[in-house]
Write a new protein. Structure first.
Length: 118
């Protein structure tokens, strides 16, 4: 028999990992295997809001901006979510790969990133 997590449990899991402290977002290439290290790149802090009813999701509550790039960055394919202790919680692929050229920035709009329990 498979476990079925209750709404309360799922919400508490997200609140205790991305709903507290200072979680960060990271950008990845190569199907999510390699985090960017290029000049101008750094993981970015974000604030998450967690839904109350199903599906239980955490969303970035404001825009998150990376860069500007110094030189062209490799194609970005994934984003990773880290807790405030630096532990990787999850990675997910972008809907479309992103290209960031010299002096450009990459932005994830408010509420565009969703992670959680569907």
């Amino acid at each position: 028999m498979a476990d079925v997590f209750e709404t309360y449990f799922k919400r508490q899991m997200l609140l205790q990992t991305v709903g507290v402290g200072t979680p960060t977002l990271a950008l990845y290439t190569d199907d999510g295997l390699t985090e960017l290290t290029e000049t101008g790149y750094a993981r970015q802090p974000f604030t998450a809001t967690v839904t109350v009813s199903e599906p239980i999701l955490a969303r970035n509550s404001s825009d998150v901006t990376f860069g500007p790039a110094v030189g062209d960055w490799p194609v970005i394919t994934h984003v990773g979510v880290f807790d405030d202790a630096g532990g990787l919680l999850c990675k997910r692929s972008l809907l479309a790969p992103a290209t960031v050229l010299n002096s450009q920035s990459y932005e994830i709009s408010a509420n565009a990133l969703e992670v959680g329990f569907v």
